[in-house]
Design a protein around this ligand. Structure first.
Ligand code: PHE
Length: 529
């Protein structure tokens, strides 16, 4: 019997775990870099795992065709597992939902909206940005989903803190110029006066002063290292031809005014490991990911409009009752189940997995979040304000406003008019759609003026708490011990998967990593029995 390198590694991985696998790969000279280690440690199940061991692939029923459920079916399918996916909605993807013209949005109370978006216009109601280090990027490569840059920060977009007394928005570049400028002035003064001598050598001081001079674009020592504004702020009249040098944007606010505006508090967002540029999005809409998964799995293996009504762990398998697309009660039995539904929905589903599992499923707290998509007849943010993608940050109840990272220079475009959570989102969720639109437009006009109302063509709003079978944007755990750990292990023949079982909650990468872990656990179990 001969082993392929991959088959051998799979066997090592399945029996010895990721640690043994990496050690073996290291010995074979295949060790990945430390950074890539966590991800390359996943080896998908494959048919030879069975043919080489004389075992047979099992039947698995997967509950939920969100990203975790789809990835589970996809990875198990590689080894020939017989997977059936039950999905309550009439589409795959779960919270990965792209809304286009003609789509219907129905909320829990039965109220509906129909998207009146133009051709080519879409709204990613759920996930909308991918960080480069996330495994989501690898799935896009593997599934052939084309990507483009998603602009998560833009020097041209705005910051607007109304509660700090700002009467008009300030561009990110201007806010940064002022904050970095004054910080550099202060730190240079302190350094030069010897106030930091306990912390700095003479060389350190020299180097720090030289750094601050460029960083803050400040004056020399004779000027008192003064920050007086500079081209980092931007121009009120751009440089041009001939005798047009441009006019630097003024007046420069005082140090005290800059601190009072609170703009600097916004900057750390773009340092976040999960939010730092570059970020990416699938071309044409985020739902390219679930669609590619569904095609790879085989659409016939996914039953849409099939609502799980009971999960029963049996001595030698599992039985799942559900209501099918025609309202009929049905049952499916399998060797294993992967429950890839939100915990708060599972907690409402009858099961026999015991009180500890039920208590654990009830533990996470649900977060509210939602967005409104506003289609405009004209891309005025590009033509009038030179903003091509990116995000405006505010302390208004709209929280943030997103300019589209696609379709630059075309006629129409769609802005995310609010993407908020918690109490701000609850306030919008409580309103009918027309009122949400009105409120969002009133708020947004504080930044963009009357065109924000006058050029509006169509809108759609999604409040995740009000979406049937989802009922929340994401969840939070009181702690990662106890219930979290319990559900990261199987309950009888039922395994769980989802972003809520990862340290990347509210990211598709969390769902994908959780699915990989569950697939590995399940496959290892099958191979060792
Ligand atoms: N992933 C979501 C987003 O990027 C939610 C989230 C926001 C998660 C911020 C973590 C941090 O909008």
């Amino acid at each position: 019997m001969s082993y392929s390198r991959r088959g051998f590694l799979t066997a090592v991985g399945a029996t010895g775990g990721a640690g043994a696998l990496l050690a073996t790969m290291g010995a074979l000279g295949l060790a990945p870099t430390a950074e890539a280690a966590a991800r390359t440690a996943f080896v998908p199940p494959q048919p030879s795992d069975f043919s080489l061991t004389g075992r047979a692939a099992k039947k698995v029923v997967i509950l939920g065709a969100g990203i975790a459920g789809l990835a589970t079916a996809y990875e198990l399918g590689k080894a020939g597992y017989d997977c059936t996916v039950l999905e309550a909605l009439d589409r795959v993807g779960g919270r990965n939902w792209t809304i286009r013209g003609g789509d219907k949005i129905t909320e829990l109370d039965g109220s509906t909206q129909t998207a009146r978006f133009s051709d080519g216009i879409y709204m990613n109601a759920g996930p909308a940005r991918l960080a480069q280090w996330m495994v989501t990027m690898d799935y896009c490569r593997e599934l052939g989903v084309p990507l483009e840059v998603f602009t998560n920060s833009n020097s041209q977009s705005y910051i607007f803190n109304a509660s700090a007394g700002m009467t008009s928005p300030v561009r990110w570049r201007t806010a940064k110029a002022d904050v970095y400028g004054y910080i550099s002035e202060l730190l240079s003064t302190a350094t030069d006066s010897g106030a930091l001598d306990a912390k700095l050598t003479a060389d350190d001081k020299e180097r720090l002063l030289s750094f601050l001079r460029g960083f803050g674009s400040i004056g020399n020592k004779a000027s008192g290292f003064a920050y007086t504004g500079n081209e980092h702020r931007g121009y009120s009249v751009d440089p041009g031809a001939g005798e047009q040098p441009g006019t630097i944007l003024g007046p420069v606010p005082s140090l005290s005014e800059v601190l009072a505006s609170g703009v600097g508090q916004r900057f750390s967002f773009e340092f976040g490991y999960d939010q730092a540029m570059l970020m990416f999005q699938p071309v044409g809409g985020m739902d390219a990911i679930p669609k590619a998964f569904a095609d790879a799995i085989g659409r016939h293996k996914i039953s849409l409009r099939s609502t799980v009504t009971r999960i029963t762990d049996l001595a030698d398998g599992v039985e799942v009752e559900y209501q099918d697309a025609h309202g009929r009660k049905r049952k499916v039995t399998a060797d294993f189940c992967v429950a890839a539904m939100p915990p708060h929905i599972l907690a409402k589903t009858p099961h026999n997995l015991g009180p500890d599992v039920q208590a654990a499923l009830s533990m996470p707290t649900v977060t509210s979040s939602g967005k409104i998509g506003l289609e405009y007849r004209r891309r005025w943010w590009e033509t009038d304000e030179n903003i091509y993608g990116g995000i405006t940050n505010t302390d208004l109840d709209l929280s943030v406003m997103w300019y589209p990272s696609y379709g630059y220079g075309t006629r129409r475009g769609l802005i995310i008019g609010y993407y908020n959570n918690g109490a701000n989102q609850d306030a919008y969720a409580a309103l009918p759609h027309a009122q949400r639109e009105k409120r969002a437009v009133e708020q947004g006009m504080k930044i963009h003026g009357p065109k924000y109302r006058d050029e509006l063509a169509a809108s759609v709003s999604v409040s995740w708490r009000l979406q049937p079978h989802i009922e929340g944007a994401w969840v939070g755990w009181p702690s990662r011990t106890g219930g979290y750990q319990l559900l990261n292990r199987p309950a009888g023949h039922v395994h769980f998967a989802g972003d809520w079982l990862s340290y990347m909650i509210a990211w598709q990468a969390g769902a994908l990593e959780s699915a990989r872990k569950t697939v590995t656990d399940l496959h290892q179990r099958v191979l060792s029995h």
